[in-house]
Ligand binder design. Sequence first.
Ligand code: KG4
Ligand code: ZN
Length: 337
Amino acid sequence: MRVLGIESSCDESGVAVYDTERGLLAHALYSQIEMHAEYGGVVPELASRDHIRRIVPLIRQVLAEAQLKLTDIDALAYTQGPGLAGALLVGTSIAHGLAFALDLPLIGVHHLEGHLLSPLLAEEKPAFPFVALLVSGGHTQLMKVEGVGQYTLLGETLDDAAGEAFDKTAKLLGLGYPGGPALSKLAEQGDPTRFTLPRPMLHSGDLEFSFSGLKTAVLTLVKNQPDDKQTKADIAAAFQEAICDVLSSKALAAMKQAGVKELVVAGGVGANKQLRQRLNEVAAKRKAKVYYPPLAFCTDNGAMIAFAGAMRLQQASRSDSFTVRPRWPLDEPQKSA
Ligand code: KG4
Ligand code: ZN
């Protein structure tokens, strides 16, 4: 079965074709980052308009790369939520239009399910059950994953997401949007021991997170320290260190609680080198193994949506209802109506 997947939940238009026998055939992405950078964050209306411009050409590109015609596609998958309602409606409308015209089955995919299953696109894949650490711009969650569609929420952030903390801290340090990659680059030149930042909820005894206090602590530092490049790099390094400490310690605790030895890291912050290194170190000490999606599929992309859609369709799920779900808990993946 060949599934065409469309992602349009935020500021990336992504399209891919996944074949359940041959794997990923082609994928293409258009990032709107440059357009939003000027405003310091995503402008929802501009995002929707740009998805409209990009998605059909991306579909053409992907089909050409895979040497397929539209009629070679067997099913459509699109991001149904969570995300920006107007942006979601673009991918949803295109997928529904194609499914109607070609008389094909279609499935609305949960964006986080896409991220969560994306490590299965790598050559070295985890086996179920595993714990997933989902760290994106909008979510920070630990889930126990027992199979496709079998997700139990173990803990999540009470306030800001990890990616959001990276973005807001980067803004405080005068770095551009999106802040995560810029902050992590600056941190490479910094000394993480010069400043000590709090590790919120590190010893809370549960699997919840909180990152808004960390951002406030950075604000205090920025106000009270000299405004030179080295100080900024040292603050960035201290911030990254604090986030990595909390995420790695809670991820390990979640694996212990769930009784599994495999951890999957997904979402944009999963691209962070320092986090990867830290997770690999702590996991190795416990003889556990960490799996990551291929780097290109850490941040938003169409491949993860085509893949998650294909897995769902193989389970005979489909959803013909034309709704988007801007807010959608992952432990209720297919209850849309
Ligand atoms: O998964 P994603 O592409 O979009 C959402 O679904 O939110 O994640 C985007 C987030 C942004 O907050 C971005 O700053 C962060 O992931 N991010 C990073 C890195 N690359 C992206 N954060 C830290 N280090 C990175 N290398
Ligand atoms: Zn995402």
